[in-house]
Design a protein around this ligand. Structure first.
Ligand SMILES: Cc1cc2nc3c(=O)[nH]c(=O)nc-3n(C[C@H](O)[C@H](O)[C@H](O)COP(=O)(O)OP(=O)(O)OC[C@H]3O[C@@H](n4cnc5c(N)ncnc54)[C@H](O)[C@@H]3O)c2cc1C
Length: 356
């Protein structure tokens, strides 16, 4: 029996496994590591470096364009953001672990036994659920995609030659695209990742066609999409630690989920490691992880409130809010900076204090 069983070999699960290097860890996933991209994969470049996955970077830039209808802001970010190759990043993190990997589709849990779809029965001293929004180890069974609290997103990978207007990171907040959500266009080496995300589960086909039309995009060569869990859920239940989207830790409004998945994955991995070497009891490690999650609930609630109101905000009000945050819009190449960097300062795995 391994010391730790991690379900889900993506950002949260692999980061936790990295912190547990040297211990007896088994990671299971329904797909081979890195096989199914779950994200547009934009994240702070510093975090990619911290993960030891710099070779996965396809594009990095410290500016972004925000468009709301005919108003445009060119924003200088306080740091560089990167777009990464998902498979290369996952494999780079996996290489820094000594965890064993098995391909198992988990269908649920019978008390302390994790159940696989082919009859597998897996046990470990510690169970970590990093299975994303499905939260497959929840005692009530996996979450369904129809769950109203989930946000949805979809994305095309369009070859750069077929994306004539692609020019750096772009965010489209205009209400002509979606009632409640936003569109994006991120350069990623030989292609552009163009997608839309809806806070209220609007059907995404029509907004995606509008985005294609607006940016005169050619056909995509790859397509993926899924749900994002931004409403925090119990981080510890029945002795299972839930990390990343499995604990609803993606950031509302921006839908940035990688940074929190890595932050909470690293924290959980460190605490379990500390418990395994006798520095903490199991209840102490669980309580410290739960406290860390709860410490951020106020921020999640504030952002979730904005996300709930978003559908009722008319475009002129959105422009007014953007002007307050970014100054007057401009289309002549002038740049502005964020007035506050508070949002970017939280949930930074690079700032986590090391445990003894
Ligand atoms: C279209 C889209 C674009 C996005 N773009 C960004 C972005 O640019 N930047 C950003 O920060 N966030 C983005 N997000 C959000 C981000 O992808 C997630 O928040 C993040 O991937 C969460 O990481 P995770 O490790 O918790 O879960 P996931 O990355 O979802 O990984 C879950 C893992 O569990 C595995 N799994 C699931 N079910 C089972 C099962 N039954 N048995 C075994 N294994 C299972 C999956 O195969 C997967 O490997 C985007 C999301 C979407 C949908």
């Amino acid at each position: 029996m391994p010391e730790v069983l991690i379900v889900g070999a993506s950002f949260a699960g692999l980061t936790a496994a990295r912190e547990l290097c040297g211990r007896d860890v088994l990671i299971v996933d329904r797909s081979p590591i890195g096989a199914h991209q779950t994200s547009a994969c934009a994240l702070p470049l510093r975090l990619v470096r911290w993960l030891g996955a710099e070779e996965s970077v396809l594009y990095a830039e410290s500016r972004m364009r925000v468009e709301i209808g005919d108003a445009q802001w060119n924003v200088r970010l306080p740091e560089e953001f990167a777009v990464i190759d998902y498979a290369a990043c996952c494999l780079a993190i996996a290489q820094q672990t000594n965890a064993r990997f098995e391909q198992v589709r988990v269908v649920g849990r019978d008390r302390t036994t994790v159940l696989g779809s082919s009859g597998e029965r897996l046990e470990a001293e510690w169970l970590i659920d990093a299975s994303g929004w499905r939260r497959v180890l929840d005692s009530a069974g996996p979450t369904r995609g129809s769950q109203p609290s989930l946000v949805i997103g979809t994305e095309d990978h369009v070859p750069t030659a077929a994306a004539p207007h692609a020019d750096g990171f772009a965010f489209y907040l205009g209400k002509h695209l979606l009632k409640s959500g936003y569109g994006w266009s991120f350069p990623a080496g030989d292609h552009v990742r163009a997608g839309v995300g809806s806070f209220i589960k609007e059907p995404l086909q029509a907004p995606m066609s509008r985005l294609r039309q607006q940016d005169e995009l050619g056909p995509g060569r790859e397509h993926h999409g899924g749900a994002i869990a931004c409403i925090p859920r119990d981080p510890v239940a029945d002795n299972v630690l839930f990390i990343g989207d499995a604990a609803g830790q993606a950031l509302p409004v921006t839908l940035e989920g990688i940074r929190p998945a890595v932050y909470f994955g690293a924290s959980a991995g460190r605490l379990v490691r500390h418990a395994l070497v006798g520095g903490l009891t199991r209840p102490q490690a669980q309580a410290r992880y739960a406290a860390l999650h709860h410490q951020h609930l106020g921020g999640y609630e504030r952002l979730n409130r904005v996300q709930r109101w978003y559908r009722w905000l008319p475009e002129f009000a959105l422009k007014r809010l953007a002007t307050k945050a970014l100054g007057q819009p401009h289309a002549d190449g002038r740049e502005t900076s964020f007035r506050s960097t508070r949002y970017l300062d939280v949930l930074r795995a690079e700032h986590l204090a090391p445990l003894p």
